[in-house]
Design a protein around this ligand. Structure first.
Ligand SMILES: C[S@@+](CC[C@H](N)C(=O)[O-])C[C@H]1O[C@@H](n2cnc3c(N)ncnc32)[C@H](O)[C@@H]1O
Length: 311
């Protein structure tokens, strides 16, 4: 399991249409954002690694909380809250009178969050943040840790969140840049490419902003949010250390093949027979061995911190 979840490759007509208004000079590749792959099944897979994933993303959560600068008494919405690590940290920051609401589209995620995060001032919603009828002009702050990159209709989603935020309120979200900027995915993709080259199998490079990397182009994000209810939009690149979760804890080729199928490198492997996944898993385990330390498979990764205000 990677820290992105899902290997979304489906075309997303909503976003392509929406991008018609945006002049994209980032790449000449076809834009292909993924529809959310956050089904219950994907959530269950995520939850099978949840302790490691939360630990690996702790530096991301700390960065989010630092930039959000939450104050006691504030009302906060945590979008795509998953098992609730950032919801818990936010609740701590707004005590004693603040309230944090975690919203997630996957019911198993909210069930896990309810189990893992307890205490006063916390609410949960199972719902699609893109269209859920959130209370209007209600929240002081909207936060998200890797939870806003999976919308089918980005414009509709950020407009829905803007309506839920009070005038003068703020949005702070952490997303991935495009996949070519993130050391740990560069390493992973390179290993899979080497396998395919070794086996003489042709493949197509997925777009730089496919699936979980769909908000990776800073200028697109600035345009998207400014056009959908937000002002003062900034995208700040920040590096943080992260540990890649999954295969270094297991040398089992079969579970590694399954791990590859669940993560973003599946964009290169999709449609290949099992034997190719097995070969890719073998090569990846070797690549892990070459890099892993006592602390696991560590990378300095580039993140994008999105900040914006509700006028
Ligand atoms: C990569 S996980 C991040 C989870 C959590 N924020 C964390 O960092 O541990 C993405 C989360 O976004 C949720 N999600 C995806 N699309 C969503 C949507 N349209 N509305 C609400 N949640 C969504 C998924 O179910 C998943 O829990």
């Amino acid at each position: 399991m990677s820290l992105v979840g899902g290997s979304a490759q489906e075309k997303n007509p909503g976003r392509i249409r929406e991008r018609g208004a945006y002049v994209d000079t980032m790449s000449d590749q076809e834009t292909s954002a993924g529809e959310t792959t956050w089904t219950s099944e994907a959530a269950e897979k995520w939850l099978s690694w949840v302790d490691e994933l939360e630990k690996a993303a702790a530096p991301v959560r700390d960065l989010l909380l630092e930039r959000a600068n939450l104050q006691p008494g504030e009302r906060v919405l945590d979008v795509g809250c998953g098992s609730g690590p950032s919801t818990a940290a936010a609740a701590e920051a707004v005590r004693p009178h603040g309230v944090v609401t975690g919203i997630d589209i996957a019911a198993p995620m909210i069930a896990a969050a309810r189990q893992r995060v307890r205490g006063p001032g916390i609410e949960w919603i199972v719902g699609d943040a893109e269209s859920y009828p959130l209370p209007q002009a209600h929240y002081d702050v909207i936060i998200s840790q890797f939870g806003v990159m999976f919308f089918a209709d980005n414009a509709g989603a950020f407009a829905n969140l803007a309506r839920a935020c009070r005038a003068g309120g703020r949005l702070i979200g952490i997303v991935w840049p495009t996949r070519d900027k993130i050391s740990m995915f560069i390493y992973l993709f390179s290993s899979v490419r080497q396998t395919l080259d070794r086996l003489g199998i042709p493949y197509q490079e997925p777009p730089l902003d496919f699936g979980p990397f769909s908000l990776g182009d800073a200028r697109y994000v600035e345009w998207l949010l400014s056009d959908n209810g937000w002002t003062g939009v900034r995208v700040e690149p920040v590096e943080r250390p992260m540990t890649m979760v999954g295969t270094h804890t297991s040398s089992d080729q079969q579970s590694t093949a399954e791990w590859l199928r669940m993560g973003p490198a599946n964009a290169l492997l999709d449609g290949q027979p099992e034997v190719v996944y097995a070969e890719a898993a073998k090569d990846w385990l070797q690549a892990v061995k070459e890099r892993v330390t006592d602390q696991g498979l560590r990378f300095n990764v580039l993140l994008h911190v999105i900040t914006a205000k509700r006028p």
